[in-house]
Ligand binder design. Sequence first.
Ligand code: C5P
Length: 329
Amino acid sequence: MKFTARANGKVNLHLGVGEVRADGYHDLSTVFMAVDRPETVTLTTLEGGERHPDASPLSFISEMKTTYHVQKPDEDLDTPKNLAWKAVDSICTGYMGILGQDEWREDIKPDLPMMRLEVDKTVPVAGGMAGGSADAAAAVEAISALIAHYDRPLPEELFTYLVPALGADVPFAQMGGIALGTGRGDSLVPMMGRGKYWFAFLNPKVGLSTKDVFEKLDDLRFTYPSMVPHMDTTTLSRALVSGDPQLVGAAMHNDLEAAALALRPSLQQLIHDAEDAGAIRAMVSGSGPTVAALCGDEEAARGVVDKLTARGDIEGFAAHGPVGGVRLL
Ligand code: C5P
């Protein structure tokens, strides 16, 4: 039996980063837009199947296989540390936890089968487009459907706790569309937007660690106190309602860009080249290193991709938003 779910990558049209909090996260004021770069997760039940030797005793995953439609990373990511794997384990553990609760059920607990986890990726790894978070969101959807099939739908409250714990971007990967994210970026309110926005996404193939980029911003702010947080999203929200990509481009902002550029100075040239090639506005996407270049239409976006990928050191694709959140296929 197979359960397949899909979620999309995202771009932050605004990313305001506040102070670091006691839990190590930063308060954000961010505007997410989901873009049509799908991550597809399939859980296949196995006849028998051994528990993976590195997995927790509560894991029902016996094997994992990722297919990359983007640059394949050097290290093997098909391990229990993968966020999609952790997402399945987390929901299964939550399920086992509530089985004992009388108000949920009193009859015999069914055994879940061992499973194979497959991930089909079109979002760059460690690229600042929340591909791993989309994998987690799709994995949660697939395992929830599997549990509902073997037993009954899980109570909604379980997801309220478990999903944000997987990562700050996972709730938006579930939701999709356009949203204002506050707190760690996981308190979401949908935003209005008109029109369709085309981007050229340009990825220099070697990822950046989100944690490193946030820490670099803290360092830079310590040295340069004038680097204040930009938490006001009013101009961007007006621009999104207008439906005019020129206005949206003018309102785009990313506080993490300076930190990503400090860690990877070559991104400055990439931003410049994307704008030179016809983008309205190019900016580091999330924590980078992917550069999101907003363009006037699909043709312009494909033109920017063709021009900048011609030299071979950049991976690129055109994609549009907003698109939806997670769904079961
Ligand atoms: O939640 P996620 O695992 O995606 O975050 C990766 C890292 O990015 C965190 O460990 C933290 O260092 C940093 N981060 C942050 N503030 C946020 C989101 C992420 O400092 N709001």
